[in-house]
Design a protein around this ligand. Sequence first.
Ligand SMILES: *Cc1c(COP(=O)(O)O)cnc(C)c1O
Length: 233
Amino acid sequence: MSIRENYLEIEKRIQSACDRAGRKREEVTLIAVSKTKPLEMLKEVAALGQTDFGENHVQEIVEKYDAFPGVRYHMIGHLQRNKVRQVIGRAVMIHSVDSMRLAEEISKESVKKNVTTDILIEINAGNEESKYGFDFSEAEEETMKIALLPNIRVCGFMCVAPFVDDPEENRSVFRKMSHLAVDMQNKNTDNVKAYILSMGMTNDFEVAIEEGATHVRIGTAIFGARDYKGVVK
Ligand SMILES: *Cc1c(COP(=O)(O)O)cnc(C)c1O
């Protein structure tokens, strides 16, 4: 299938998941994950009306933003503190805030540049050794602390759910994320507006939408499989 056909198919599946969950299509933002893919492919999808793209390497965000700044870039990958400076002002949101020290760096750079940066707190929702993010048990407390830092806005939570054969296996993970967001909203803290839930990828986005995802991050199903050979990490 062509990228265009892939894209239209994903759009249909998102709509069906929204229908099943009794949600409006506008409640869910599709982030087309263009990481490792050439700018030409990104532009092809942008021409179909897609506005939001996901990247996980700083160098790629910098190159793509500088060449094609007309779309919204989301930083979704693990971010090193010494590269924060390059992301501020280029990414509309940093989804992958996985430590206090990273949050402090984002705050510091945002103050320097006199901007406010939207961030999500990453949760290691499947409790996996190999994954980044806060545990559920510490999420609320750490989120409240991070939210006190100047020039950042905590907008919600993000997770990369475990890789599973049957997406149903991740339903309980997504449900826990929704509960976390609701609990944070109920705290009514000025600094935390936990209205964004960034969860669901090619393999499990429909279940994520049914459980309340506001942003799904889909790469493979739109752009095809990724080839990491020759990609600078
Ligand atoms: C690569 C990536 C995605 C997209 O994954 P697909 O399975 O290709 O849809 C989503 N989120 C993050 C954080 C990623 O790194």
